[in-house]
Design a protein around this ligand. Structure first.
Ligand SMILES: NC(=O)c1ccc[n+]([C@@H]2O[C@H](COP(=O)([O-])OP(=O)(O)OC[C@H]3O[C@@H](n4cnc5c(N)ncnc54)[C@H](OP(=O)(O)O)[C@@H]3O)[C@@H](O)[C@H]2O)c1
Length: 274
């Protein structure tokens, strides 16, 4: 069959989730499986992905592919972009929803951060997200033009860490997430008139492996939003055609305050925290 054949209507709707082996990504995989999506799961740990795939297939009766890849490397990104470019003319289903969730969050004073780790964090948190999205959008646009009526698009997992005017101890992570948020909102505005929904989600603290250090420091319970809440809110926001969501009442309030507080005040608080 020719590659230029329009997407076959027989393919099941399908989501590709990065960082699916743990934390928020694993929750996306479960919830999308329950909603009837076939899945493509991406992360480095092949064994964890395989176990998750078997569990979701048993519980939800959907097809689950695993695609182990290191998204901080050009080779890993190339493997996943190749899957995202599948247009449905072959055996593989085209991707209806890409969830860019994989991320890492090392902090510390910039001057003490390891240069190679800074690169790896930006490659994963920013560069991979751009390349993956750039691979899937043209396929989704072509499908829309060819008459596809189902929901198509991308969810980008950013962070509230990019919202304060300063983020000492999280300069690289926060700046990367700020980039992601601005970029995602901009692409959302470009894609909306063309029938493709792009949504950015900005969580505060969530109990996952990434925040183990913060959890051990004994932050109060109200500082955390459950991963189930993050996933539910972002899927609802995406389905409702909105481009931005901050899950959790406490973080909605914090986000609102960050937008109206004078910058000098936020800087002064940040200096005290350093
Ligand atoms: N937890 C929070 O408080 C919080 C707050 C705001 C935003 N976020 C964002 O939420 C997203 C998920 O974070 P999380 O808290 O769920 O973290 P997590 O529990 O540490 O999970 C991270 C996931 O990313 C995958 N991953 C890490 N490096 C990778 C690489 N090089 N290539 C491919 N996959 C990789 C991991 O799998 P492998 O190790 O198997 O590769 C894992 O599945 C991130 O983008 C993070 O910035 C988290």
């Amino acid at each position: 069959m020719s590659k230029s054949t329009p997407a076959s209507p027989t393919h099941h709707r399908t989501a590709l989730v990065t960082g699916a082996s743990a934390g928020i990504g694993e929750e996306y995989a479960h919830k999308l499986g329950l909603r009837g999506y076939a899945l493509v799961l991406v992360a480095r740990r092949a064994e964890a992905l395989k176990e998750l795939a078997e569990d979701i297939t048993a519980r939800c009766g959907v097809d689950v592919e695993t695609l182990p890849a290191d998204l901080a490397t050009p080779e890993g990104v190339a493997e996943v972009t190749a899957r995202l470019r599948e247009d449905g003319s072959g055996d593989a289903a085209p991707i209806d929803l890409l969830v860019n969730n994989a991320g890492r969050g090392e902090g510390g004073h910039f001057v003490e951060q390891v240069p190679e780790e800074i690169d790896a964090m930006l490659d994963l948190n920013v560069r991979a997200v751009l390349h993956l999205t750039r691979a899937v959008l043209p396929v989704q646009l072509a499908r829309r033009t060819a008459g596809e009526t189902g929901k198509l698009g991308v969810i980008n997992v950013s962070s509230l860490a990019g919202e304060p005017v300063v983020n000492p101890g999280g300069s690289v992570y926060g700046a990367g997430k700020k980039f992601l948020t601005l970029w995602s909102e901009s692409v959302a505005a470009e894609m909306r008139p063309r029938g493709i929904q792009v949504t950015v989600v900005l969580p505060g603290f969530v109990r996952t492996d990434m925040t183990r250090g913060v959890q051990e420091r004994g932050l109060p319970e109200f500082a955390f939003v459950a991963k189930e809440h993050i996933v539910r809110d972002s899927l609802q926001t995406w389905a409702a055609g909105r481009s931005h969501v901050v899950p959790g009442a406490q973080y909605k309030t914090a986000d609102g305050l960050l937008k109206v507080l004078p910058r000098f005040l936020v800087r002064a608080v940040a200096r005290r925290m350093v």
